[in-house]
Design a protein around this ligand. Structure first.
Ligand SMILES: Cc1cc2nc3c(=O)[nH]c(=O)nc-3n(C[C@H](O)[C@H](O)[C@H](O)COP(=O)(O)OP(=O)(O)OC[C@H]3O[C@@H](n4cnc5c(N)ncnc54)[C@H](O)[C@@H]3O)c2cc1C
Length: 482
């Protein structure tokens, strides 16, 4: 077979969709057979319990949509380069194409794969698609990267974003398919324990669901998005983060729907795009300062006296939704049951851990990475460092969220707390009861448990945090960007 007619292997990772997919559309447009492939590699192995489980659901949904379009998803397990080489040999394919990822480990892996395949004469290519703006295309006036969100937003808001490409009209397939693993044999839910069955009820994976959610959001909620998005009890946001994380919907699709909504006068639409651009900013930072994933983004915080003890009783109580601070506990339970947490609640829970409890943000970030079905490396790291005070564009450390004031403001009637905390309610809602079905039995917690007692007094916790901050940063040279 000549290379011009040979199949193209399309290597899917976090781009599980058919619409708004520049790389896959380009592959289909060649008319050559296209073999969609997903490789279960070390990166998948390293995922937390909930993201791996959600990825399994996403792969099943994506395989269904490929089947419905007359194609297939080939599943392989192992080192990507070895698996792709094996597939090239088995199928006679002459090309491997994929969409780019931006975390340092993926970049290093992709560079290695690209170089090795090209050396062997294979047409190895990567495409954009996960982001609106490639991180190296947005620069400050002096040629650096943006370290503060607002100027980043001003720099990108006027950039022309290419419209989303439509679903390919035809998915050309090979005459013979290579062998594939069965998805069930990967046991993507293995680390979920009994929580898997509970969390599953709150999931709606797949591209079709994502597009439907977007329609509902644009029709019914985008207008009021700016004013309602912080209200903990309102369903005011898009709920698209897990779909974006796995690429079940493309950011260009959201951008253009948001622009249309602005043109039709929807008051909240610009704010929605601003939030979407926070995701871009997180990727911009991760690409240009990858240490955001595992080290304090700002210098001067290395010796900050955060506890790194995973057995710290405050940390254990926080993970288990038993801090005795109702808004924090409600937030932690929402995440354990649904795999998601309201953005406002994420900020309050993260602030409580890093400030009132003085626990290192890395422990909180890791717990989120284990529990969130919308886990995203860039947004999670940026969110934690931003709240902890050592990150970009930080609200100063000394602005400590008070969970009770936050509750009074954003959960005034207490509906959010009632939805997630069963203790002390005569007839708790199913959502609150679901928590006890989802948690490990080893936590020895059931619906008859007495209400949790505060692990720290808000005033004492705040004072301790501020004293530590003042000790650390009493010299003006500290707290600067690394
Ligand atoms: C400590 C902490 C950890 C976080 N971890 C994650 C994470 O692992 N994965 C994740 O997707 N988001 C994370 N976020 C950001 C944010 O909470 C979620 O993106 C948001 O709650 C998702 O809900 P939605 O899809 O309804 O958002 P919408 O309000 O409808 O916003 C639309 C999209 O914009 C993006 N977005 C909105 N707000 C933010 C933000 N603050 N930062 C980055 N992107 C944003 C998301 O992709 C979101 O889906 C974190 C925030 C904090 C404070």
């Amino acid at each position: 077979m000549t290379q011009a007619k040979s199949p193209i292997i399309f290597w899917f990772r976090r781009d599980l969709r058919l619409a708004d997919h520049p790389g896959f559309s380009a592959a289909c447009a060649t008319g050559r057979p296209v073999i969609p492939v997903f490789v279960h590699d070390g990166r998948v192995e390293a995922l937390g319990a909930a993201p791996r489980f959600r990825l399994g659901l996403g792969l099943a949904a994506f395989a269904d949509s490929l089947n419905a379009a007359g194609s297939r998803l080939i599943l392989r397990r192992g080192d990507p380069l070895a698996e792709l080489r094996a597939l090239l040999a088995e199928t006679g394919a002459g090309a491997v194409w994929w969409s780019r990822l931006y975390d340092p480990a993926s970049i290093a892996q992709d560079q290695k794969v690209k170089a090795a395949l090209r050396n062997a004469g294979c047409d190895a290519r990567s495409f954009a698609g996960h982001l609106l703006f490639e991180p190296w295309t947005v620069e400050t006036g002096t040629g650096g990267f943006y370290k503060v969100y607002s100027p980043f937003w001003r720099a990108v808001r006027g950039i022309d974003v290419a419209p989303p490409v439509p679903v390919p009209t035809r998915l050309p397939v090979p005459s013979v398919w290579p062998g594939s693993d069965r998805l069930e044999s990967w046991h993507m839910d293995a680390a979920m324990g009994r929580g898997g069955a509970v969390v599953a009820r709150y999931q709606s994976p797949g591209e079709e669901m994502a597009l439907r959610k977007l329609d509902v959001f644009v029709d019914k909620r985008i207008d009021l998005y700016k004013q309602d998005r912080d209200n903990l009890d309102a369903e005011a946001t898009s709920g698209l983060s897990d779909h974006l994380s796995l690429g079940e919907i493309g950011p260009r699709t959201l951008w253009h729907r948001g622009q249309e909504a602005i043109r039709s006068g929807a008051a909240g639409a610009e704010h929605f795009l601003k939030e979407l651009v926070w995701r871009e900013f997180a990727y911009h930072l991760m690409y240009h300062s990858p240490h955001i994933l595992d080290r304090n983004w700002r210098a001067g915080w290395e010796t900050f006296p955060w506890s790194e003890d995973r057995d710290n009783p405050g940390f254990v109580a926080w993970c288990r939704g038993r801090t005795g601070e109702p808004l924090v506990d409600a937030a932690m339970r929402e995440m354990y049951v649904t795999g998601r947490m309201h953005n406002r609640a994420r900020m309050v829970a993260a602030s409580f851990l890093t400030k009132h409890l003085m626990v290192h943000w890395k422990l909180g970030m890791d717990w989120f990475a284990d529990c969130l079905t919308d886990w995203d490396p860039a947004s999670n790291a940026m969110g934690w460092q931003w709240v902890a005070g050592c990150g970009p564009d930080a609200a100063p450390f000394f602005r400590v969220f008070n969970p009770e004031t936050q509750a009074a403001k954003f959960d005034a009637g207490g509906a959010y707390r009632k939805r997630w905390i069963a203790e002390a309610q005569k007839q708790p809602p199913q959502t609150a009861l679901d928590f006890f079905s989802a948690i490990p039995r080893a936590w020895m917690l059931d619906r008859d448990a007495s209400p949790a007692q505060p692990v720290v007094s808000l005033e004492a916790g705040r004072k301790r945090a501020l004293a530590a901050y003042s000790d650390q940063f009493s010299t003006p040279s500290n707290g600067k960007l690394a």
